[in-house]
Design a protein around this ligand. Structure first.
Ligand code: ADP
Ligand code: MG
Length: 373
C-alpha cells in the first residue's frame, strides 16, 4: 500500500472559486468565503505540525518499510524513527527464518528433537498464528514452511525451473499441519511431532512488527504518522490538517494493471493488509505460481488474485487475515472476513472482477470495478 498526498490545497480553492463564478446568489458566496476562512483558520491554528513529514525507508523483513511521521521537533522525530527501525530489526532477528542466526531458524533446527523455549515475541506470533489457523479452518497455517521451501517461487523463477512434482508436494505435505505443533503455554515451548516440520511466520510477522514499531513511536510521543510494511500498513493518529488531513489517503495497487485499484480515505488507527499473487511468483508454460500456498492442496491458492483487509484487532491479525482470506478465495474468503471477522474487504476474484463488503464503501475514495482495466 502507499500513502498518497492530497492534491495541493490551491487546487481545492480553485475548484471552490470556479463554483463561485457560476453561482449568482450573494448569500452562497458569503457562505463559501466563511468556509474558506474557517479552513485557513484551522491551518493557521495548527502551527506545530509541519506540512512536510519526516520519512525514512529501510529494507526489513524482506520488504521496504516506510515510516512517515508528522512532528514538531525534528530531532525528536528522527530519534523516534531510529528507535522504531531498531525494533523492526530486532523482530527480524527473531522471526526471519531465512537468517540462520534468527531465533526461529534455531527453533526450526531443534524442535523435532525436543521442546524449545521461545521468547515472548515469538510466542505471541505463534499464538496468533494458531488462532488464525483455527479460525480459518486450516487455510492459514504457520507450519506451511516445507511447502514454501519446496515451491521456492523466487528461486524457480530465476532458474526457469518447472513447478515441483505431485510426489514432491505429497511428501512435503506430510510435514505440514499445525495440529502437529505442540505448544506448551505454561512452559512457553514448541515441539514438532513430525520430523521435517518448518514454522514460517511470513504470513503475519510484518503485521506483528508493525505494531511493535508503532508502539515505539507512540512511547516517544509521536501521535501522527503512517507505517507501511508494503503489504500491511497502519495509520497512526490523524494526519495534520496542514498536510491535508485529518484523513489518510491510502492507495492499493492494481494486481493486473498499471497504477491503483482503489484509494481509501482512512481515519486514525486503521490497519490495511493486502495479499496478492503479483509480487512473488514465477511463470512456467504460461501458468503463474505464486507464494501463498493452500496447505490443504499443497499448491498456490487459486481462488483470488488479491485481497485487501481494512480493520482488524491488531497488525498480526490483519496481516494473517488477508493471507487466510486469499487462500479461501472468492466468495468464501470475503464472506468469512465479513461475517466471522468483522472486517471490511476488497477482493479481486480469479477472473479479475472486484468484490467488496458493503461497509467498505464509506471508506472508498475511488474504485475500479475490474483489475487491469
Ligand atoms: P506478504 O509476504 O506479501 O506480506 P502475505 O502476508 O500474504 O504476503 O504472506 C505470504 C507469506 O506467508 C508467504 O511468503 C509465506 O511465507 C507464508 N504463507 C504462504 N502460504 C501460507 C498459508 N497458507 N498460511 C500461512 N502462511 C503462509
Ligand atoms: Mg499476510
Amino acid at each position: 500500500m502507499e500513502e498518497k498526498d492530497f492534491p495541493d490545497d490551491s487546487a481545492d480553492e480553485e475548484r471552490i472559486g470556479r463554483k463561485n463564478r457560476r453561482d449568482t446568489l450573494v448569500v452562497t458566496a458569503v457562505f463559501l468565503a466563511l468556509v474558506v476562512a474557517a479552513f485557513l483558520g484551522v491551518k493557521l491554528f495548527n502551527p506545530g505540525y509541519s506540512r512536510e513529514p519526516y520519512r525514512r525507508v529501510e529494507f526489513v523483513l524482506d520488504d521496504y518499510v516506510t515510516i512517515t511521521v508528522y512532528g514538531k521537533d525534528q530531532s525528536r522525530v528522527e530519534e523516534a524513527v531510529d528507535a522504531a527501525f531498531r525494533e523492526l530489526f530486532r523482530i527480524q532477528d527473531i522471526a526471519d527464518r531465512y537468517r540462520s542466526e534468527s531465533e526461529l531458524a534455531g527453533v526450526n533446527r531443534e524442535a523435532a528433537s525436543g521442546p524449545v523455549r521461545v521468547s515472548d515475541e515469538l510466542w505471541e506470533m505463534l499464538e496468533t498464528g494458531m488462532e488464525i489457523y483455527r479460525a480459518s479452518g486450516g487455510a492459514f497455517d504457520i507450519t506451511v514452511g516445507p511447502l514454501v521451501d519446496l515451491w521456492d517461487v523466487v528461486g524457480r523463477g530465476e532458474k526457469g525451473e518447472p513447478p515441483p512434482s505431485e510426489e514432491e508436494i505429497a511428501r512435503a505435505r506430510e510435514a505440514v499441519g499445525a495440529d502437529k505443533l505442540e505448544l506448551d503455554a505454561a512452559a512457553r515451548t514448541v515441539r514438532f511431532a513430525h520430523p521435517g516440520m518448518v514454522i514460517d511466520v511470513g504470513g503475519l510477522a510484518k503485521g506483528y512488527a508493525l505494531d511493535r514499531a508503532a508502539g515505539v513511536l507512540r512511547s516517544r510521543g509521536m501521535t501522527s504518522g503512517y507505517v507501511s510494511m508494503i503489504s500491511t500498513d497502519l495509520t497512526m493518529g490523524e494526519k495534520p490538517s496542514a498536510a491535508g488531513g485529518p484523513l489518510w489517503r491510502i492507495a492499493v495497487l492494481d494486481p493486473r494493471g498499471e497504477g491503483y485499484l482503489a484509494t481509501f480515505l482512512l481515519t486514525a488507527e486503521c490497519y490495511v493488509s493486502t495479499s496478492g499473487d503479483y509480487q512473488r511468483y514465477f511463470e512456467y508454460r504460461g501458468v503463474r505460481y505464486h507464494h501463498i500456498l493452500d496447505p490443504r492442496t499443497g499448491y498456490p491458492a487459486r481462488g483470488a488474485i488479491s485481497v485487501t483487509v481494512v480493520g482488524g484487532r491488531d497488525g498480526a491479525w490483519s496481516d494473517g487475515l488477508s493471507t487466510a482470506a486469499f487462500v479461501k478465495g472468492y466468495p468464501e474468503g470475503l464472506q468469512w472476513l465479513q461475517a466471522a471477522q468483522g472486517v471490511e474487504c476488497l477482493m479481486v476474484d480469479a477472473s479479475g472482477v472486484v468484490h467488496t463488503t458493503p461497509g467498505l464503501h464509506s471508506l472508498l475514495e475511488e474504485l475500479k470495478e475490474r483489475a487491469g482495466s
